[in-house]
Design a binder for this molecule. Structure first.
Ligand code: KIV
Length: 286
């Protein structure tokens, strides 16, 4: 069996310029797929709000819903490092609230680390508090979908002087606050490249150049997500079409009477068939 991926291993991979592979998963089957593909990190992302729960945005998902997804993923992952997103509203009130939420994800779902979006003052305080509680923190800067409205929408960050400066400051600040890993979303590679030398922790990019590793949403890369996806998504398969084709073929066979065939059922001897017939013909005595 593959050895457990630990924070130490992720740091070694960074030092050895070995690209780190991270992918999202939201249930047992997708966790098994990620594990069989031998990815290094599995993220139970709050993107699950949209891709598996059908909400319009990530802000709608609750702690309890995320915990259900996280527990199912944990059951399917043996060796990859499991990170759980802390959903919107579960850390905003205070450091105490953030620590209590992080503890739930570790204790109730077996998370190896929790992920927290943003790099402003309040976020830094949350990162410090969670790290001080002994829980590994994955920070997330650049485009942060939970607060995208405040950022002007779901758009790339770091493309203007002000935005690039803010991104650079936040990336370094989350590291100083105690984050163990950093996810950078939707920031031009040239801007990320300026900041990378200042970062000792493993940096995972999504639409942010090469960094130390990459993350993509499982349903995007497999082609399950319907409609337009972000520019940084590459489709590696057409699983959604394959699934729809399979269900359509099943429906067609049920409707035409081809399915089920005799081979999809069970056999009984003549006595059993006769007994069923007699039972209908004879009034019940009890
Ligand atoms: O929720 C998520 O899937 C994420 C990744 C896009 C990094 O945060």
């Amino acid at each position: 069996m593959r050895p457990q991926v630990t924070l130490r291993r992720l740091e070694e991979m960074k030092a050895g310029h070995e690209p780190i592979v991270m992918v999202t998963a939201y249930d047992y089957p997708t966790a098994r797929v990620a594990e069989r593909a031998e990815v290094d990190m599995v993220l139970v992302g709050d993107s699950g709000a949209q891709v598996v729960l059908g909400y319009d945005s990530t802000v709608a998902v609750s702690i309890d819903e995320m915990l259900v997804l996280a527990r199912a993923v944990r059951r399917g992952v043996r060796s990859a490092f499991v990170v759980c997103d802390l959903p919107f509203g579960s850390t905003e009130v205070s450091d105490e609230q953030a620590v209590a939420t992080a503890v739930r994800f570790v204790r109730e779902a077996g998370a190896d680390a929790v992920k927290l979006e943003g790099g402003g003052e309040a976020r830094l305080s949350r990162i410090r508090a969670i790290a001080a509680a002994g829980i590994a923190v994955v920070a997330h800067v650049g485009l942060t979908p939970q607060t995208a409205v405040a950022l002007g929408g779901m758009r790339a960050q770091g493309r203007t002087a002000d935005s690039a400066a803010r991104f650079a400051r936040e990336a370094v600040a989350v590291q100083e606050a105690g984050a163990s890993v950093l996810v950078i979303e939707a920031v031009p590679a040239e801007v990320v490249d300026v900041v990378l030398p200042a970062l000792d922790i493993p940096v995972i990019g999504i639409g942010a150049g090469r960094a130390d590793g990459q993350v993509l949403v499982m349903h995007d890369l497999l082609g399950i997500t319907e409609g337009k996806t972000a520019a940084f998504v590459k489709r590696f398969a057409a699983v959604g079409d394959e699934m729809a084709g399979g269900v359509a073929a099943y429906a067609a066979e049920v409707r035409s009477g081809v399915f089920p065939g005799a081979e999809h059922g069970y056999t009984a001897n003549e006595a059993a068939v006769a007994a069923a017939r007699d039972a209908l013909a004879t009034p019940a005595t009890d």
